[in-house]
Design a binder for this molecule. Sequence first.
Ligand SMILES: Cc1cc2nc3c(=O)[nH]c(=O)nc-3n(C[C@H](O)[C@H](O)[C@H](O)COP(=O)(O)OP(=O)(O)OC[C@H]3O[C@@H](n4cnc5c(N)ncnc54)[C@H](O)[C@@H]3O)c2cc1C
Length: 479
Amino acid sequence: MDLTDLRAAFAGRLLVDADAMSPFLTDWRRKWTGRAVAVAQPDDAAGVAAVLRWCRSQGVAVVPQGGNTGLSGGATPAAQGHSLVLSTTRLQRIRALDPVGQTITVEAGVTLQQVQDAARDAGRLFPLSLAAQGSCTIGGNLATNAGGVQVLRYGNARDLCLGLEVATAEGELWSGLRALRKDNSGYALRELFIGSEGTLGVITAAVLKLFPLPAAQHVALVAVPSPAAALALLALAQQRLGAELTAFELISEACLALVERHVEAARRPLAEASPWYVLVELSSARGEAAATQGFEALLEAALEAGHASDAALSSSLAQFRSLWALREDISESQGAEGPTIKHDIALPITRIPDFIEQTEAAIARHFPGLRLVVFGHLGDGNLHYNLSPPRSGLSAAEFLALEPPVNRLVHDAVDAAGGSISAEHGLGVLRRDEAARYKPAVEQRLMQALKQALDPLNLMNPGKLLGQRDLNHHHASET
Ligand SMILES: Cc1cc2nc3c(=O)[nH]c(=O)nc-3n(C[C@H](O)[C@H](O)[C@H](O)COP(=O)(O)OP(=O)(O)OC[C@H]3O[C@@H](n4cnc5c(N)ncnc54)[C@H](O)[C@@H]3O)c2cc1C
């Protein structure tokens, strides 16, 4: 591979040394490791386009990478070592902020936290929020259509984006940085690149939506007897709080017990254990008193209707944070118990109670002893449907050997309920082939046709997102 031209154009911004490249070749969870011819770190959009033109001329595949926090292996190059990692982390400028139009224009390598901070400094809210926000980039958030905890109110990354600038596979720069809320002037190309996991082009900048900062925020941990009761509470909260309802998270008793066991500072705010809980967040423009009153009235009505058995409402910032921590610390606490099997699934919301009941019974039947760790963004129909090994009697290797059949059981049930096997983490390599099993053949052919049109040489993140499947085969639930 002749890197002379690239070295000359990107002096100091092209890594070829094994040690310097290694952080870019392994993912956050150290689940995948690959090799690459080089890591390029251009510092502007024109540089990204130039790297792509070089790759095209040499027939070298490109793996776009932002903060490298993705959970599906999409940003890790393949083991063969024929591709180039294109890191966007030097695309660092905030190009514009319009507090009245409520938009911010940022380059792809700006971290999510930096966008939130810039918005807050201008008295505005950028509502996308997730645990990796200090490291993940806006480019990566858009490329995976990230979700997080406030999708219920503000939508996912796709809903928060008005315009994009993209370096195409051909190495051209498309400036679609329109700060327009209405634009019916043809195909919505922006939508194609959002959620495409680097397989169609490289996002170099975006126009994002901002919102007013809430005047008051409260959260309550509410004990509920069942997922069905949690849904009844959701309907009540939507009716009473309207747009003030900003998060609605489901937590099982097993999750809370894990956090209590592994996080020293964790305190259970309710006296009695309950099989399920929801964390309800309210954000109000009407000020402290109105927010507290509205929330208390909701909780009273929920207790009266039997949708809830107890509730603890935050009355200070410290309490707000410690209640949220009970939800945010679940993943890490589960990890502290040993190996995990995880699913990031979406379901039509009303089917969630039946799904939980039936799938738990099926798992107990086929895989006795496995422990369920179920939580998630109930208001968005998104569950993190996780499993841990039994406390004894199964080695880590034996447990992990069960992953394929457990995945099949869970994902077949998701498919039968009209759901999706990837709600917010993308397909990457993790779910690529499973998605090919469930997506209708015609949908896969349309996706392949788009890929062929936008990336005819198959150089943009090949081997990610699009699975290999005989497209003449029937879809699992078409037969
Ligand atoms: C602790 C933790 C918590 C998380 N919580 C959530 C959560 O609550 N909700 C949620 O949705 N996700 C969550 N995630 C995963 C989430 O998808 C990522 O954190 C984030 O969106 C990815 O951004 P990144 O910059 O790290 O992208 P990377 O990991 O670098 O890349 C992810 C994918 O996007 C592509 N890509 C990256 N940048 C670009 C670009 N500029 N143009 C084109 N393609 C690009 C890559 O090729 C890859 O396929 C979490 C991850 C961690 C580690």
